[in-house]
Design a protein around this ligand. Sequence first.
Ligand code: GUN
Length: 278
Amino acid sequence: MAILMKGKSLALRIQEEIQEKAKRLEPKPKLGIIMVGNNPASKIYVNKKKDALESTGLLFQMLALEESIPQRDLENHIEAMNQDPLIHGILVQLPLPHHICTQDILQKVSPQKDVDGFHPVNVGRLSMGMKPYAISCTPYGIIKLLEEYKISIEGKHAVIVGRSNIVGKPMASLLLNQNATVTLCHSKTTSLQSFCSQADILVAAVGIPKLIQASFVKEGAVVIDVGINRTTEGKLVGDVDFSEVEKKASYITPVPGGVGNMTVAMLLSNIVNLASGQ
Ligand code: GUN
């Protein structure tokens, strides 16, 4: 039976450390949060982030904008936050409405305030093995989780399912920078099962409930589940068929209580690092 990788307890510990660090900082680290429209999932995520900021003693300024806002106006709001010396990090919650070009918007955020690590400068620095101002929170949290459980990365075959800019691609860069052999699979990959079953470290980040079955998993593999899917009965399930895969894996993350908690903890860590110029 696999060992559970408890993201929730590691995230709590990281949050306590951040709280101590934040006490010594003046002015207090402050995050500017921009949310456009009323996406219900985004609302839940943003509320989670706000709760975590408050309980850690960090500040935030929330800007909730109309769904119909012109791109130019949104850019002006970002520019105002770029210029505000009391705002240390800026988060534009994704997805944005269809009339807005997400790539343009992410480029408007100053790389030095890019708490999500989504700006091309930070993505480029990460992919070149240079230090970015911030690293995308979910993959960064996964690296911290692997470190916590002393899972070595060097020389391992890491297979990532999902090529998003938020998780899959930065995950590939981070693992490659630590000398893993990386295979990045996606929706057009043929024989996904044969790639997955070769993985020493398998990261599932596709948003398809229980896509990863036990037959996809090598005996003793480390399985990281990034999926947060809601079933018709309202239950949260990951991209991994947990009850079957845990019998084969050596380590596995639960959903909930795994990667999701780490994402929020790394966001807090990124803000404090940006505020303290690290
Ligand atoms: N939407 C889904 N995940 C994320 C994230 O990590 N950051 C932002 N800004 N939006 C998201």
